[in-house]
Design a protein around this ligand. Structure first.
Ligand code: CA
Length: 231
Protein backbone atom coordinates (compact mmCIF):
# COMPACT_ATOMS: atom_id res chain seq x y z
CA UNK A 1 0.00 0.00 0.00
CA UNK A 2 1.29 3.43 -0.85
CA UNK A 3 1.97 5.84 1.93
CA UNK A 4 -0.65 8.33 3.02
CA UNK A 5 0.30 11.83 4.08
CA UNK A 6 -1.40 13.15 7.20
CA UNK A 7 -1.28 16.72 8.38
CA UNK A 8 -1.37 16.90 12.18
CA UNK A 9 -2.40 20.26 13.62
CA UNK A 10 -1.95 20.36 17.39
CA UNK A 11 -0.48 23.14 19.53
CA UNK A 12 0.57 20.94 22.45
CA UNK A 13 3.97 19.68 21.53
CA UNK A 14 3.84 16.53 23.66
CA UNK A 15 0.61 15.36 22.06
CA UNK A 16 1.80 16.33 18.61
CA UNK A 17 5.03 14.31 18.98
CA UNK A 18 3.12 11.35 20.37
CA UNK A 19 0.72 11.46 17.42
CA UNK A 20 3.58 11.68 14.96
CA UNK A 21 5.37 8.69 16.45
CA UNK A 22 2.23 6.57 16.51
CA UNK A 23 1.26 7.48 12.96
CA UNK A 24 4.75 6.92 11.59
CA UNK A 25 4.77 3.50 13.20
CA UNK A 26 1.68 2.78 11.13
CA UNK A 27 3.45 3.81 7.94
CA UNK A 28 1.82 7.23 7.58
CA UNK A 29 3.86 10.18 6.42
CA UNK A 30 3.28 12.95 8.96
CA UNK A 31 3.47 16.71 8.54
CA UNK A 32 3.28 18.69 11.78
CA UNK A 33 1.80 22.10 12.44
CA UNK A 34 1.35 23.87 15.78
CA UNK A 35 -1.25 26.32 14.47
CA UNK A 36 -3.65 26.84 11.60
CA UNK A 37 -1.24 29.44 10.18
CA UNK A 38 1.53 26.82 10.00
CA UNK A 39 -0.89 24.28 8.58
CA UNK A 40 -1.81 26.73 5.81
CA UNK A 41 1.86 27.09 4.91
CA UNK A 42 2.14 23.33 4.62
CA UNK A 43 -0.97 23.16 2.43
CA UNK A 44 0.72 25.59 0.08
CA UNK A 45 3.25 22.88 -0.76
CA UNK A 46 1.52 19.61 -0.15
CA UNK A 47 -1.93 18.21 -0.53
CA UNK A 48 -2.30 15.73 2.34
CA UNK A 49 -4.67 12.78 2.32
CA UNK A 50 -6.22 13.76 5.64
CA UNK A 51 -5.99 16.43 8.34
CA UNK A 52 -5.96 15.50 12.00
CA UNK A 53 -7.07 18.74 13.55
CA UNK A 54 -7.14 19.71 17.21
CA UNK A 55 -10.24 21.63 18.23
CA UNK A 56 -8.58 23.86 20.81
CA UNK A 57 -5.95 25.87 18.97
CA UNK A 58 -4.78 29.45 19.54
CA UNK A 59 -6.15 32.14 17.21
CA UNK A 60 -8.02 30.11 14.60
CA UNK A 61 -9.61 27.09 16.27
CA UNK A 62 -10.07 23.67 14.68
CA UNK A 63 -13.81 24.11 14.21
CA UNK A 64 -13.36 27.49 12.55
CA UNK A 65 -10.76 26.15 10.13
CA UNK A 66 -12.92 23.12 9.34
CA UNK A 67 -15.71 25.50 8.37
CA UNK A 68 -13.36 27.50 6.14
CA UNK A 69 -11.87 24.43 4.44
CA UNK A 70 -15.26 22.89 3.73
CA UNK A 71 -16.30 26.12 1.96
CA UNK A 72 -13.13 26.13 -0.15
CA UNK A 73 -13.53 24.53 -3.60
CA UNK A 74 -9.98 23.18 -3.46
CA UNK A 75 -10.19 21.64 0.00
CA UNK A 76 -13.81 20.71 0.53
CA UNK A 77 -13.16 17.01 -0.16
CA UNK A 78 -10.05 16.82 2.01
CA UNK A 79 -11.00 14.58 4.97
CA UNK A 80 -10.75 16.09 8.45
CA UNK A 81 -10.76 14.28 11.78
CA UNK A 82 -11.21 16.62 14.74
CA UNK A 83 -9.57 15.94 18.08
CA UNK A 84 -11.90 16.98 20.85
CA UNK A 85 -11.60 17.10 24.61
CA UNK A 86 -13.32 14.45 26.66
CA UNK A 87 -16.96 15.00 27.40
CA UNK A 88 -17.53 17.88 24.99
CA UNK A 89 -20.57 16.31 23.37
CA UNK A 90 -21.68 19.58 21.82
CA UNK A 91 -18.32 20.02 20.15
CA UNK A 92 -18.58 16.61 18.49
CA UNK A 93 -21.99 17.33 17.04
CA UNK A 94 -20.92 20.79 15.93
CA UNK A 95 -17.75 19.43 14.37
CA UNK A 96 -19.68 16.96 12.25
CA UNK A 97 -22.21 19.66 11.33
CA UNK A 98 -19.35 21.80 10.07
CA UNK A 99 -18.32 19.00 7.74
CA UNK A 100 -15.60 17.20 9.70
CA UNK A 101 -15.48 13.54 8.64
CA UNK A 102 -15.06 12.18 12.14
CA UNK A 103 -13.81 13.12 15.59
CA UNK A 104 -11.67 11.40 18.16
CA UNK A 105 -11.92 12.19 21.84
CA UNK A 106 -8.79 12.82 23.89
CA UNK A 107 -7.33 10.82 25.49
CA UNK A 108 -7.54 8.22 22.72
CA UNK A 109 -5.88 4.90 22.15
CA UNK A 110 -3.46 4.79 19.21
CA UNK A 111 -5.29 1.74 17.91
CA UNK A 112 -8.62 3.55 17.86
CA UNK A 113 -7.12 6.61 16.21
CA UNK A 114 -5.49 4.58 13.43
CA UNK A 115 -8.65 2.61 12.76
CA UNK A 116 -10.67 5.86 12.58
CA UNK A 117 -8.16 7.31 10.14
CA UNK A 118 -8.31 4.21 7.96
CA UNK A 119 -12.10 4.21 8.05
CA UNK A 120 -12.23 7.83 6.88
CA UNK A 121 -9.67 7.17 4.13
CA UNK A 122 -11.72 4.17 3.02
CA UNK A 123 -14.95 6.18 3.00
CA UNK A 124 -13.35 8.94 0.99
CA UNK A 125 -12.34 6.34 -1.59
CA UNK A 126 -8.64 6.82 -1.01
CA UNK A 127 -7.59 3.43 0.29
CA UNK A 128 -8.65 1.19 -2.54
CA UNK A 129 -7.69 3.87 -5.04
CA UNK A 130 -4.11 3.87 -4.17
CA UNK A 131 -1.97 1.37 -5.95
CA UNK A 132 -4.27 0.48 -8.81
CA UNK A 133 -6.42 3.16 -10.31
CA UNK A 134 -8.72 2.06 -13.05
CA UNK A 135 -10.86 4.13 -15.37
CA UNK A 136 -12.50 2.28 -18.25
CA UNK A 137 -9.54 0.56 -19.97
CA UNK A 138 -6.92 2.86 -18.45
CA UNK A 139 -4.93 1.32 -15.60
CA UNK A 140 -2.57 3.37 -13.52
CA UNK A 141 -0.25 1.82 -10.95
CA UNK A 142 1.03 4.33 -8.40
CA UNK A 143 3.72 2.02 -7.02
CA UNK A 144 5.25 1.10 -10.34
CA UNK A 145 4.49 4.52 -11.85
CA UNK A 146 3.15 2.78 -14.89
CA UNK A 147 0.10 3.32 -17.06
CA UNK A 148 -1.62 0.79 -19.27
CA UNK A 149 -4.22 1.58 -21.87
CA UNK A 150 -6.05 -1.44 -23.28
CA UNK A 151 -3.33 -3.62 -21.81
CA UNK A 152 -0.47 -1.72 -23.49
CA UNK A 153 2.09 0.02 -21.31
CA UNK A 154 2.50 3.65 -22.32
CA UNK A 155 5.39 6.08 -22.10
CA UNK A 156 4.55 8.93 -19.74
CA UNK A 157 6.60 11.60 -17.97
CA UNK A 158 6.20 12.22 -14.20
CA UNK A 159 4.11 15.39 -14.59
CA UNK A 160 1.70 13.87 -17.08
CA UNK A 161 1.50 10.83 -14.81
CA UNK A 162 0.44 12.99 -11.83
CA UNK A 163 -2.01 14.89 -13.98
CA UNK A 164 -3.54 11.68 -15.33
CA UNK A 165 -3.70 10.21 -11.82
CA UNK A 166 -5.58 13.30 -10.64
CA UNK A 167 -8.07 13.11 -13.49
CA UNK A 168 -8.63 9.35 -13.11
CA UNK A 169 -9.42 9.80 -9.41
CA UNK A 170 -11.59 12.90 -10.02
CA UNK A 171 -13.54 12.12 -13.19
CA UNK A 172 -16.56 13.98 -14.56
CA UNK A 173 -15.85 17.21 -12.68
CA UNK A 174 -14.54 20.42 -14.15
CA UNK A 175 -11.31 21.80 -12.70
CA UNK A 176 -9.93 25.26 -13.38
CA UNK A 177 -6.25 25.75 -14.23
CA UNK A 178 -5.73 27.21 -10.74
CA UNK A 179 -7.29 24.17 -9.09
CA UNK A 180 -5.15 21.84 -11.20
CA UNK A 181 -2.04 23.82 -10.26
CA UNK A 182 -2.98 23.54 -6.57
CA UNK A 183 -3.82 19.87 -6.67
CA UNK A 184 -1.23 18.51 -9.09
CA UNK A 185 1.70 20.90 -8.69
CA UNK A 186 1.13 22.39 -5.21
CA UNK A 187 0.17 25.95 -4.39
CA UNK A 188 3.63 27.37 -3.85
CA UNK A 189 4.99 26.27 -7.22
CA UNK A 190 5.78 29.24 -9.40
CA UNK A 191 4.17 27.96 -12.51
CA UNK A 192 2.06 29.93 -14.89
CA UNK A 193 -1.40 28.78 -15.72
CA UNK A 194 -0.49 28.23 -19.35
CA UNK A 195 1.95 25.53 -18.21
CA UNK A 196 -1.13 23.52 -17.29
CA UNK A 197 -2.27 23.81 -20.89
CA UNK A 198 1.11 22.55 -22.10
CA UNK A 199 0.85 19.42 -19.96
CA UNK A 200 -2.78 18.93 -20.91
CA UNK A 201 -1.74 19.01 -24.57
CA UNK A 202 1.01 16.44 -23.92
CA UNK A 203 -1.34 14.17 -22.03
CA UNK A 204 -3.93 14.52 -24.76
CA UNK A 205 -1.31 13.53 -27.34
CA UNK A 206 -0.54 10.38 -25.35
CA UNK A 207 -4.24 9.59 -25.10
CA UNK A 208 -4.67 10.25 -28.82
CA UNK A 209 -2.40 7.31 -29.65
CA UNK A 210 -5.13 5.17 -28.11
CA UNK A 211 -8.09 7.18 -29.44
CA UNK A 212 -8.88 8.37 -25.93
CA UNK A 213 -8.15 12.09 -26.40
CA UNK A 214 -11.85 12.95 -26.35
CA UNK A 215 -11.91 11.97 -22.65
CA UNK A 216 -9.70 14.90 -21.70
CA UNK A 217 -12.14 17.68 -22.39
CA UNK A 218 -11.75 21.44 -22.51
CA UNK A 219 -14.66 23.23 -20.89
CA UNK A 220 -14.54 26.64 -22.49
CA UNK A 221 -14.20 29.48 -20.01
CA UNK A 222 -13.75 27.08 -17.05
CA UNK A 223 -11.00 24.52 -17.41
CA UNK A 224 -10.74 20.80 -17.98
CA UNK A 225 -12.71 17.68 -17.28
CA UNK A 226 -11.92 13.99 -17.68
CA UNK A 227 -14.87 11.94 -18.77
CA UNK A 228 -15.72 9.24 -21.25
CA UNK A 229 -19.06 10.98 -21.75
CA UNK A 230 -19.29 14.00 -24.01
CA UNK A 231 -21.18 16.63 -22.04
CA1 CA B 1 -4.86 22.19 21.81
Amino acid sequence: MSQFTLLVVEDEEAIRSMLTIVLQQHNFKVLEAASVAQAKDILADTFPDLILLDWMLPKITGDEWTRQLKLDETYKDLPIILLTAKGEENDKVRGLDLGADDYVTKPFSPKELVSRIKAVLRRSGKIHDLTQIQFQDINLNTEQHSVNISGKEIDISPTEFRLLKFFLTHPNKVYTRTQLLDRVWGRSTYIEERTVDVHIRRLRKILASYQRESWLQTVRGFGYRFSEKQM
